[in-house]
Write a protein that binds this ligand. Structure first.
Ligand SMILES: [Zn+2]
Ligand SMILES: [Zn+2]
Ligand SMILES: [Zn+2]
Length: 347
């Protein structure tokens, strides 16, 4: 099973147009993964967090936290970020974070030493642990702590409801928070075909609309049983600065990989992604693709757009290299029969 993750960055915002002194440098380093460690999932999640300017800068501002000693993910992350910034080594060990993660999730038997795990779930769980370390007193689903990076920058606060256009009945709104917006690749490809039938060519705004159409889910009966078939609508209540999209494969073997890659856009408007977006700031938001994590041949690697130098970089554990067009590289990989795609969009 193969996974891709995409991360997007703001158009012309934080890079070239900002004076050099205003931008922070994110030195790129490799992360070691010795035989038997199976740390590539963590290394990929870590490269994403380090290279996301919003995360790196906000995390640097945080000083106090509820410390968990040798199982403290916050301390382990602080330590590796300091090494990214100041170490003269080209390759860093991610062992301390790996070990803190294993200790933290021992009861659930997740992320244990030597065992391969899921990069996107690791990414989500690291974010939720940061919430725990800095805003523990507030519940995960109603966290409004201003310094809580996971909830302020990454979380999508949503409610889901179906409203009948014919009789006006509506289902009870279901509120929830998500860090990753998951979409089925089968649904994505079906919707892409449908949308292209009704227009001459793809437009820049189409990608968000495509994702919205693809995530509407199955038809269901009107709550007042008037006979109408309805779809769930999702309403976004906040204005996240980073959006992570997870494209999920419905089966172990799929021949949709190439089609999926062709549907991917590099620009995402929040106003297109959801049925309704309540905040004006979110309605105006345009997010750009800045990165992707791929899982191929039982191994994770990461592509990331370095806003400082405006180049795509490729991170494969200890190896770091510059690439020209990450999506193109993936499109040319032979024998892709299945990919799970995670996209992260960043303002
Ligand atoms: Zn600590
Ligand atoms: Zn929080
Ligand atoms: Zn109805």
């Amino acid at each position: 099973h193969h996974i891709l993750k995409f991360v997007l960055s703001c158009a012309g915002g934080n890079g070239m147009l900002t004076p050099r002194t205003m931008t922070s440098i994110a030195p790129s380093k490799g992360l070691s993964n010795e035989p038997g460690q199976n740390s590539c999932f963590l290394n990929s999640a870590l490269q994403v967090l380090w290279h996301l300017d919003i995360f790196r800068r906000s995390f640097r501002q945080l000083t106090t936290h509820k410390c968990m000693e040798d199982s403290c993910i916050f301390c382990a992350l602080k330590s590796i970020f300091a090494q990214f910034q100041y170490s003269s080594e080209k390759v860093l060990p991610s062992d301390a974070l790996r070990s803190a993660l294993a200790k933290t999730f021992q009861d659930e038997q997740r992320f244990q030493l030597g065992i391969m795990d899921d990069a996107a779930e690791c990414f989500e769980n690291i974010l939720m642990r940061i919430h725990f370390h800095i805003a523990e007193e507030t519940k995960e689903d109603i966290c409004t702590a201003r310094h809580c990076i996971p909830h302020q920058k990454f979380a999508m606060t949503l409610f889901e409801q179906c409203v009948c256009s014919s009789c006006g009945a509506s289902s009870d709104p279901l509120p929830f928070i998500q860090m990753v917006h998951y979409i089925s690749t089968t649904s994505l490809c079906n919707q892409a075909v449908k949308m292209l039938e009704t227009r001459e060519k793809a437009t820049p705004g189409m990608f968000g609309e495509l994702l919205r159409n693809a995530s509407m889910g199955d038809l269901r009966s009107c709550p007042s049983q008037c006979g109408q078939q309805l779809r769930m609508a999702r309403v976004l209540l906040n204005s996240p600065e980073i959006i992570t999209i997870g494209l999920v494969w419905d089966s172990e073997q799929s021949d949709l990989a190439e089609d999926v890659i062709h549907t991917l856009g590099t620009c995402l408007r929040l106003g297109d992604l959801f049925y309704r977006v309540t905040e004006e700031k979110a309605r105006q938001s345009e997010l750009y693709l800045v990165g992707m994590v791929c899982y191929y041949g039982k191994h994770y690697s990461t592509f990331f757009f370095q806003t400082k130098i405006r180049r795509w970089m490729y991170f494969d554990d200890a190896h770091v290299k510059e690439v020209y067009g990450a999506v193109l590289v993936v499109g040319h990989t032979d024998n892709i029969n299945q990919l799970t795609v995670y996209l992260i969009y960043y303002l």
